[in-house]
Design a protein around this ligand. Structure first.
Ligand code: R5P
Length: 302
């Protein structure tokens, strides 16, 4: 078995290698002066089972292409089977034609990956339906147990409420509400543009309760800002926590969250996160054991 990783999340790659006690396959990844990415697989992969780690978060196009090039290099060098480990799948939110004349980016990204990989491991896709976009087997892992565990000790079903900040997050929030034995509420959100959203209604009992807001990702933070405002208008206390699998945290997202009085923001390390620079209490739950266990299982039971 051989393990390679792209450059998108070296910290997660290191943790997986340490847990599995493996040395990564040798490969070279560089940028040409014009920005093109060049990959050379220096390890002998002929006939080997290969795993390649690379989340396709920002810069999404570069990270996706780097992953495809790694897959291409291994395929051209004769690897027997290549599995892409993509803890965050970029373009996942483009899972339908939202506007007339629009595109379905998630389907295109799935088609590209299926051309170079034999199977795929992902964590908390934006919607489970995306699995169906792939013509290769997909192992869809969930970070729910890891994130719920990070919070469990602090919670009370007398004072707290699990909140889905939009209708898309209701199923996810239901899952957490069951795991944590909490009541649930949800918000009707409308998106105005890429970073601005407005919360229309809050459905469920939030008055005098401490919300725990759950989403699959925090990108610009706009969804959380509007959710917290709507919850306050409906009499909630300041949020105990925001939990999300993927911390994209673009466009100054953490500075947008800082004035909201949120006690804890908990994300996973599906993307490379630097918690020490954060203006809010940012905790990072580790996916390395989950992914290492998955690699081990796939390798042993192929
Ligand atoms: C939307 O459907 C997603 O589940 C997230 O709510 C959204 O993408 C978060 O983005 P932002 O932080 O920019 O509001």
């Amino acid at each position: 078995m051989l393990f390679f990783s792209g450059r998108a999340n070296p910290e997660l790659s290191d943790r997986i290698k340490r847990i599995m006690n493996i040395t990564p396959g040798r490969c070279r990844i560089d940028n040409f002066p014009d920005g093109e990415i060049g990959v050379v697989i220096e390890e002998d992969v002929m006939g080997r089972e290969v795993f390649i780690l690379q989340p396709t978060g920002p810069p999404v196009a570069d990270n996706l292409l780097e992953l495809l090039l790694l897959g291409d290099g291994c395929r051209r060098s004769g690897a027997a089977r290549i599995t892409a480990l993509v803890p965050y799948f970029g373009y996942g939110r483009q899972d339908r034609k939202a506007l007339h004349g629009g595109t379905v980016g998630a389907r295109l990204a799935a088609d590209l990956l299926a051309q170079r990989f034999d199977r795929l491991v992902v964590v908390d896709l934006h919607s489970p339906a995306i699995e169906g976009f792939f013509s290769i087997p997909v192992v869809h892992l969930s970070a729910a147990n890891i994130l719920a565990h990070a919070l469990a000790a602090d919670l009370s079903n007398q004072t707290d409420v699990l909140v889905a900040p939009d209708l898309g997050a209701v199923k996810l929030a239901r899952n957490y509400a069951d795991l944590l034995q909490l009541p649930m509420a949800f918000i009707h959100k409308e998106r105005l543009d890429g970073s601005e959203v407005v919360a229309r209604d809050v459905i469920g009992a939030v008055k005098n309760r401490r919300p725990i807001i759950v989403d699959d990702m925090i990108s610009t933070g706009g969804t959380i800002v509007s959710a917290v405002e709507a919850l306050r208008q409906n009499g909630s206390r300041p949020p105990l926590a925001v939990i999300a699998t993927h911390g994209l945290l673009v466009d100054d997202a953490l500075n947008r969250l800082a004035p909201l009085g949120i006690e804890r923001v908990v994300v996973t390390n599906s993307l490379s996160i630097k918690p020490e620079d954060s203006p809010v209490r940012l905790e990072v739950a580790d996916l390395a054991e989950l992914l290492a266990g998955c690699i081990h299982h796939l390798f042993r039971n192929n």
